[in-house]
Design a protein around this ligand. Structure first.
Ligand SMILES: [Zn+2]
Length: 73
């Protein structure tokens, strides 16, 4: 099927702690609580999820759009 990177390393902007998370394929993750300092991470304006803002890899829908596999609304 489609190939995308499902794991992203999320770096907390508050304390710098980073953790590898597996992204849900069909949904964007809006909020993530840092497991080190409990800061609730939220996406930056214009970003669709925390992975796009703080992760090493854009979220799956963005990756698929970039490859042209999914129709853009
Ligand atoms: Zn943190």
């Amino acid at each position: 099927m489609s190939s995308f990177i499902a794991e992203s390393e999320l770096t907390c902007p508050t304390c710098g702690f980073s953790e590898v998370l597996t992204m849900p394929v069909d949904a964007c993750l809006w909020y993530h609580e840092c497991s080190a300092c409990q800061t609730l991470l939220k996406p930056n304006p214009g970003d669709c999820c925390v992975f796009c803002s703080f992760g090493t890899v854009p979220c799956p829908p963005i990756q698929l759009h970039a490859k042209g596999n999914v129709e853009v609304h």
